[in-house]
Design a protein around this ligand. Structure first.
Ligand SMILES: [Fe+2]
Ligand SMILES: [Fe+2]
Length: 343
């Protein structure tokens, strides 16, 4: 049996700390690299960087953590971000709320595994409980666009629309949380898909599309290993691209869980109203609703009742000013009143 040299063992033991997480570390120790001495303790456990009195107020450019502390560090960062989110929500700073949400989901998706994904459960909890105090938050979340459309942003948008849908439907807090979490994590498998494929400024080749499809089974596998009390979250990742007529993937399943049907429809709406692919122009609300209705509801791919409820929920998710979704959904529902959308 071969043993690693002491030097190799030492370099393997420490990893560069993520700058975005540094200020949250309390129990996690930080190290700096000193010429000739190796890694030297810089911040002990029990204090944060801001507790340290240093002369110039500047910390070393590169700080390291023990590799074994990686998950603990992420958990401390998640807790820190969740506290900030709570503050942002109370101060009703909508831009800040979205920024903090992007930060916490970004950190979590960088390490998507058991022990980390459970951390966003508190994030969804905070959003739901604060929503009761300010109904405009969810609406403003989907209004604030970011320049970089990514899996993280898409996941947050899908979650925001889903929470709006749940509030409109009057679902219980437990059901709302389950759906919100399922929405936030539905594409977690994409964290393992080649970035070049995710952002390709062109249509994917058949081979690339096959690889892309595997984000469903990968997400399912990752989520099955997490300690969530409900299996729906993992099944939603697996089934959100399935269609009721059996034309979806990965298993051409017809009997799809209700959660996956709801998230699947909202996922589709969100992707069409945003520039999810650089070569594709985002559609307006009306075109998107028409596109979904024409192509998918009429073809029996999406459930008509879920679709109609979602359209109505878009109308309710307005703040002070009537939104485009509100006007369109009213016009749309007026047009279809008394008729089946399948006609
Ligand atoms: Fe997906
Ligand atoms: Fe998605």
């Amino acid at each position: 049996m071969a043993f690693a040299s002491p030097r190799a063992m030492q370099t393997n033991e420490y990893i560069l700390a993520r700058k975005s997480q540094l200020k949250f570390y309390r129990s996690v120790e930080l190290f700096k690299k000193v010429e000739g001495k190796g890694f030297v303790l810089y911040k002990r456990s029990g204090i944060t960087l801001s507790d340290m009195r240093i002369d110039e107020g500047i910390h070393p450019e590169a700080l390291y953590i023990k590799k074994a502390d990686k998950l603990k560090g992420l958990q401390e960062a998640q807790k820190g971000f969740n506290k900030i989110l709570q503050k942002d929500l109370r101060s009703a700073n909508h831009t800040k709320i979205k920024e903090t949400l992007v930060a916490v989901v970004d950190e979590t998706f960088a390490e998507p595994r058991s022990g980390s994904l459970e951390g966003v459960s508190d994030t969804v909890d905070i959003l739901i409980s604060e929503y009761a105090q300010q109904s405009g938050v969810i609406r403003s979340l989907v209004d604030l666009s970011h320049t970089d459309y990514s899996t993280v942003l898409h996941s947050i948008n899908v979650m925001a629309f889903t929470l709006g849908f749940c509030f409109y439907m009057g679902y219980s807090q437990a059901k709302t949380k389950l759906l919100g979490l399922s929405a936030l994590l539905h594409d977690v498998g994409k964290t393992k898909i080649d970035q070049n494929i995710l952002t390709a400024p062109r249509r994917l080749t058949n081979e690339e599309f096959e690889h892309m499809k595997s984000h469903t089974t990968i997400g399912y596998k990752i989520l099955r290993e997490c300690r969530f009390s409900e299996n729906d979250i993992a099944y939603c990742a697996l089934e959100h691209h399935e269609k009721a007529d059996g034309s979806g993937y990965p298993n051409n399943k017809r009997n799809i869980s209700r959660t996956a049907q709801i998230i699947g429809l909202i996922d589709c709406y969100e992707a069409l109203t945003n520039d999810d692919r650089p070569y594709r122009m985002a559609l307006g609300v009306f075109d998107t609703l028409r596109e979904i209705i024409g192509r998918d509801v009429n073809a029996g791919k999406f459930d008509e009742e879920i679709y109609c409820d979602f359209v109505k929920s878009l109308g309710v998710m307005q703040v002070q000013e009537p939104s485009e979704e509100y006007a369109v959904s009213q016009a749309f529902l007026g047009e279809n009143r008394g008729t089946s959308v399948n006609k």
